[in-house]
Design a protein around this ligand. Structure first.
Ligand code: PPS
Length: 418
């Protein structure tokens, strides 16, 4: 803006203000009371004085200035928020997606509760969906869904969950799945079925609460969540009544290595005192394995799988070795794609081997953050454990692993020590 224009604007604002004040002063003068009592005249005089000092030219200019600044600031904040909303959307680079997001922005949540009770004691809930109807276009929920089906984001139940196993590479799998265009991945662990669920409340209500915690997805997107604690700390019955057709991904890894990884993890979270070594935790004074220790209990895979198989058939499971995901991520992810019926996305270009990290990372052209690698808490140094102690642990876990493989109907080399 040039100085001439600025000067003109200022002087006209000043004239405008002065005229306004003069007008107000005249008004107040005319309003001067002719009351008989002294007190009422005095009161009116005080009010008039206050008002005229309030409408002092400088005061008035400042008020106008603040109002203008406030307006500019609110407009700036609104625009900033809109831009941030779009840039957080993983599809923000796709202009058609941008349009879809803005179309569904003003949605009116209408929970169509179609939870159905099935016959018998074993309650199963079949089709819980939350539909969003557009306020702006005037269509009814159904007609809108029919006309522009791909534009509506819905809250729905997950069709697949990575239930574990803790410390077996579930974070890497989550990151790899997050880049698939047809998956809506929950970035953090929900811990609903192992911690948050309240069994004293009706399951129907709890299910609604759970679904609200998950991201909304387009009809062509599958909701995915991972909480490794579900494998051994959740009741599979709850997952089954949430979605009987639920697909379950289970990553397995060598229980001996897993126990060390869990020890390092727990120590990093301050669950053990600093002076406690791995041996102090795992073995008792006589050198026997401390079978009541959490890191040992959670390395026993057979019992939790047995519990799950009571509710879900084997065909709904994909049990994969972490070593496979770690060494051949493209093949591993293609197998998962097939299992979930997703369109092909992963190729040899999706991943690259990061030498200093020592793992495969996502090609930075797909994911720029952290050069496509996981955070530092996913690559921790393990303490030295003597050969003798490792052998003791292997002997302890072998029969448990055999039982697990029998239940899984599959052999896993990393669970076969001898
Ligand atoms: N890219 C990649 N591919 C496969 N596996 C990987 C990858 N990166 C890390 N890891 C391994 O994952 C271990 C951490 O497991 P989780 O992510 O399941 O941990 S957690 O349960 O979520 O805390 C982690 O365990 P630690 O080595 O003990 O840190 C690794 O063994």
């Amino acid at each position: 803006m040039n100085s001439f224009l600025k000067g003109n604007m200022l002087s006209s604002t000043r004239i405008f203000c002065l005229k306004g004040i003069k007008c107000l002063k005249d008004m107040l003068k005319r309003m001067r009371p002719t009351a008989n009592t002294r007190t009422s005249t005095l009161k009116m005089y005080i009010i008039q004085q206050k008002l005229s000092s309030f409408f002092h030219p400088i005061c008035a200019c400042l008020i106008i200035l603040f109002t203008i600044c406030g307006f500019i600031w609110i407009t700036y904040l609104y625009k900033k928020e809109t831009i941030e909303t779009f840039s957080k959307d993983p599809h923000h680079l796709d202009p058609t997606r941008l349009f879809q997001t803005s179309m569904t922005e003003n949605v009116n949540v209408k929970i169509i509760n179609t939870l159905e009770r099935q016959e018998g004691e074993d309650r199963q809930y079949n089709s819980s969906e939350i539909h969003y109807t557009s306020k702006t276009n005037g269509y009814s929920a159904d007609s809108f869904t029919r006309q522009t089906n791909a534009d509506v984001r819905m809250a729905k139940r997950p069709e697949v969950i990575n239930i574990g196993i803790q410390k077996c590479g579930t974070g890497a799998l989550n990151a790899y799945l997050n880049i698939h265009p047809n998956l809506k991945v929950m970035k953090t662990e929900v811990h609903f079925f192992d911690k948050l669920i309240n069994h004293k409340r009706p399951f129907k209500e709890e299910l609604k609460r759970y679904i609200k915690m998950l991201p909304r997805a387009f009809p062509n997107e599958t909701i995915f969540e991972k909480t490794p604690a579900y494998f051994d700390l959740a009741d599979p019955y709850d997952l089954h009544r949430m979605n009987p057709a639920l697909k379950l991904i289970l990553l397995v890894c060598d229980p001996v290595r897993r126990a060390v990884s869990a020890y390092v993890h727990n120590k990093a979270h301050g669950r053990y005192s600093k002076d406690k070594s791995y041996e102090d935790i795992i073995f008792d004074k006589d050198g026997y394995i401390n079978t009541t220790e959490e890191v040992i209990i959670r390395s026993r895979y057979d019992k939790p799988l047995e519990r799950y198989l009571k509710y879900f058939p084997r065909s709904q499971f994909l049990i994969m070795e972490n070593t496979f995901l770690m060494s051949q991520p493209t093949l591993a992810m293609q197998e998962i794609e097939k299992f979930l019926g997703l369109k092909k996305f992963y190729t040899n270009e999706t991943f690259y081997f990061h030498k200093s990290v020592g793992y495969y990372c996502i090609n930075p052209s797909i994911q720029r953050d952290n050069a496509g690698c996981l955070g530092r808490n996913k690559y921790r140094f393990h303490p030295y454990v003597s050969e003798e102690n490792i052998l003791k642990l292997k002997h302890f876990f072998q029969p448990i692993n055999d039982n697990f493989m029998k239940l899984a109907g599959k052999k896993f080399p990393s669970l076969m020590y001898f």
